[in-house]
Write a protein that binds this ligand. Structure first.
Ligand code: SF4
Length: 273
């Protein structure tokens, strides 16, 4: 009898139930990561999962990989250290929109610029969930947050465009509504030799949903389906027709020499080899 991959890759006896609210999208992303690791035949001992702080960043507590739950915004520097120490590990970074793009924004840009071999799963729920619903760098302009009761005044970041501009070799955006596509994006990202970003749009019904009157968790998923459009379909539309839509798909899939190789070459040079 084939055992479900989640059974071996979770810590069922110790850490459950998890802290995520009913209807939170983060569990779907967790499932997508487990399925991608399983499909690639990667042993869980060959994976290191590193997170910062936030609702999404709780994931290493539940998944039975080598794991590190680090300081707010600092998952990427910790993950860089892990990868440099053991380049054979598949290092998966779990981060949220606040963690990666606000306090960790500088680390995000420079890890991409270095082409550090990390699979970065950025779970974007457009708000700080764990700390009470403050607006984040991806809260759309006009949307409400506990720190923006009359609507957010700032424009939001496009995390994929930012990663590509900084030097990432792979950048894709998927949704928890379309978990099959998300699985494939994560699977592809895990095979890349360099900084690979998958931005997973993951609804937060408890804070973002309530503050913006977006309805139940199911309604938020239906809205996600209605408001997202695949890259190929988006290319046929005018900017006016794309107004209010979020584009999903693989935005960049390239190659560049990974950091650990460059670093090893410098070590060899310094040692006269
Ligand atoms: S607060 Fe939002 S993001 Fe955090 S667990 Fe609850 S639904 Fe998920």
């Amino acid at each position: 009898m084939k055992i479900h991959p989640a059974y071996e890759m979770l810590r069922p006896g110790k850490k459950f139930p998890n802290v995520w609210c009913p209807g939170c999208g983060h569990g779907i992303v967790q499932g997508a990561i487990i399925r991608a690791v399983e499909r690639l035949g990667i042993n869980r001992d060959e994976v290191a999962m590193v997170s910062g702080i936030g609702c999404s960043s709780r994931m290493p507590v539940y998944v039975d990989f080598n794991s590190l739950h680090t300081a707010h915004g600092r998952a990427l520097p910790f993950a860089t250290g892990v990868k440099l120490h053991n380049p054979k590990l598949h290092v998966i970074v779990i981060t949220g929109d606040g963690d990666a793009l606000a306090i960790g924004g500088n680390h995000f840009i420079h890890a991409a610029r270095r082409n550090m071999e990390l699979t970065v799963i950025l779970m974007n729920n457009n708000i700080y969930g764990m700390t009470g619903g403050q607006y984040s760098p991806t809260t759309p302009i006009g949307k409400k947050a506990s720190t923006a009761p009359y609507g957010c005044a700032e424009r939001d970041f496009d995390a994929c465009a930012l990663a590509v501009a900084a030097g990432a070799v792979f950048a894709a955006r998927g949704t928890v509504y379309n978990a099959v596509e998300l699985d494939k994006m994560i699977e592809k990202a895990l095979t890349k030799k360099g900084f690979a970003l998958v931005e997973a749009l993951s609804p937060c019904p408890t804070l973002y949903g309530r503050l913006n009157k977006e309805g139940s968790a199911v309604k938020m998923l239906q809205t996600q389906k209605a408001n997202t459009i695949n890259l190929k379909a988006a290319e046929k539309l005018t900017p006016q027709e794309l107004e209010g839509k979020v584009v999903t798909g693989v935005f960049h899939d390239g190659e560049a020499q990974p950091y650990t190789e460059v670093y090893q070459q410098i070590i060899n040079k310094a040692q006269g080899r």
